[in-house]
Design a protein around this ligand. Structure first.
Ligand code: ZN
Length: 83
């Protein structure tokens, strides 16, 4: 009877180990460190609000990309530049 519990305990330990190894291999697929571009927070130069890059409105002006929270801010920025 005692042996049965020992085997059961070993199986649980093995299962937990396999689970952690599986999780680690899954995490290894995604590079750790700097976040992906889409998760990066960018600042709107017009209103100063921080927005995720994937939802921001990006405008290339003279090789520099400006990110805005909305089309309104992008237009406002253009007006400021031209005036
Ligand atoms: Zn804005």
């Amino acid at each position: 009877m005692y042996r049965l519990f020992l085997i059961l305990g070993l199986l649980i330990v093995l299962f937990v180990l396999l689970k952690s190894v599986y999780r680690n291999s899954k995490l290894a697929g995604r590079p750790s460190g700097p976040p992906l571009d889409g998760d990066q927070m960018v600042q709107d130069p017009v209103c100063g609000v921080f927005v995720p890059r994937k939802t921001a409105i990006v405008q290339q002006v003279g090789g520099i990309s400006n990110c805005f929270c909305s089309q309104e801010c992008a237009e406002k920025f253009q007006e400021q530049r031209t005036s």
